[in-house]
Design a protein around this ligand. Structure first.
Ligand code: SF4
Ligand code: SF4
Length: 363
């Protein structure tokens, strides 16, 4: 049974954060750090300002890094690798680089050194070598909705250990939410974090993970098990956790995956009734029992039933981030406008995630 600690914390105020993080880790099997190297794997989807609440809040990361040092960590690394072209991302815009300077932590450049691993269906992926080099990995996700997977979370946050644009082809290889969930769980298994702690103080509701609305939730969730943190998150958001593809797959492979002891607050007592969730598309008998036998073909069919992205051209600044990330090469900038080749689109919503100007909508 996994211990999950949920503590109340309403603001990113240093004193309150410190108290709440200490209470969380004291009640959820936090690992010993004496003499160990530690990586805080933050959620930096894009290098956006903290007031957009797309990224793990820098004040949260700062208190956590400070606590890790006080607990004897020999070196604290902080890092993530958003799906951006090029190397040497530093996290200046999201203020995590500033946290590194203030706490004398080291920024971890995930693209600097990678190792290749075979994971789900023997797909070979490059993974940031640092996650295997450090003694302790702590995943530090932000509580957010997600257009494809309904929620982000501790498991999904580990997708960032695949550096930069190497991530997007994985959407082509695992197109349906179910297969993408299996892929993410295999990646999580490749380097299971030693602890997970979620910034759910100001979450994101609506069209997450990048273009939703900040929402005061006021909780920190910690556990030795990231999957258990994600069960708690889904419950607080008002989802049936079994509707979340990652959690559904986690439960299929381990019937005890949702066996949780809540040591402080129970997630069921923290539900935000009017939290704006992504609508769940329920599966029927055919799609759940018959289609999986014909995975590749039906992945495409199921994808085509999902809503395609809609481009709001008068908001578009032609930055081409959507074009760069699209794994299906379905987008181009032609005649001064972003053009979508519908037949190529696999409805992965990476373009929606990456658009910095909220110029892409999913109905
Ligand atoms: S257009 Fe957007 S949703 Fe369609 S495949 Fe490309 S990135 Fe994915
Ligand atoms: S990412 Fe957004 S703003 Fe940039 S080109 Fe695409 S639609 Fe336009």
């Amino acid at each position: 049974m996994n211990k999950v600690a949920i503590t109340e914390c309403k603001r990113y105020d240093s004193k309150k954060l410190r108290e709440a993080i200490l209470e969380t880790i004291a009640n959820s099997d936090f690992p010993t750090l004496e003499g160990k190297t530690v990586l805080l794997k933050t959620n930096i989807l894009s290098d956006s300002s903290p007031d957009k609440h797309i990224t793990t809040n820098p004040s949260f990361v700062k208190e956590l890094a400070t606590i890790c040092k006080e607990r004897g960590a020999s070196t604290v690394y902080i890092g993530d690798s958003p799906a951006l072209p090029g190397h040497s991302f530093k996290g200046e815009g999201c203020k995590i680089a500033e946290v590194c300077r203030e706490t004398e932590s080291q920024w971890a450049d995930f693209s600097k050194k990678t190792v290749s691993k075979h994971i789900w269906q023997n797909i070979e992926v490059p993974i940031a070598a640092i996650v295997f080099d450090v003694d302790v990995v702590i995943t530090v996700p932000k509580m957010k909705t997600h257009q494809l997977m309904y929620t982000t979370g501790a498991v999904k946050n580990m997708f960032g250990i695949i550096p930069g644009l190497n991530k997007s082809p994985m959407h082509l290889k695992a197109r349906s939410p179910e297969n993408f969930a299996k892929f993410l769980l295999s990646l999580y298994d490749a380097r299971t974090p030693d602890y997970a702690i979620m910034d759910g103080i100001i979450a994101m509701e609506g069209a997450g993970p990048a273009n939703g609305t900040p929402r005061q939730v006021g909780y920190i969730i910690g556990s030795k098990c990231g999957i258990a943190v994600d069960f708690a998150q889904a419950t607080i958001m008002g989802y049936d956790p079994m509707d979340i593809p990652i959690l559904n797959q986690a439960k299929k492979r381990d019937k005890n995956a949702d066996d949780i002891e809540y040591t402080i607050l129970n997630a069921k007592d923290c539900v935000i009734d009017d939290f704006r969730r992504i609508a769940v598309k329920k599966k029927n008998l055919v799609s759940s029992l018959i289609l999986p036998f014909f995975t590749r073909y039906f992945d495409r069919k199921r994808a085509s039933k999902r809503q395609e992205p809609i481009f709001i051209h008068d908001r578009c600044r032609k930055c081409k981030k959507c074009v760069d990330i699209c794994p299906a090469k379905a987008l181009s900038l032609d005649s001064g406008k972003i053009q979508l080749k519908e037949e190529k689109c696999i409805r992965c919503y990476c373009c929606h995630e990456m658009c910095p100007f909220d110029a892409i909508k999913i109905d």
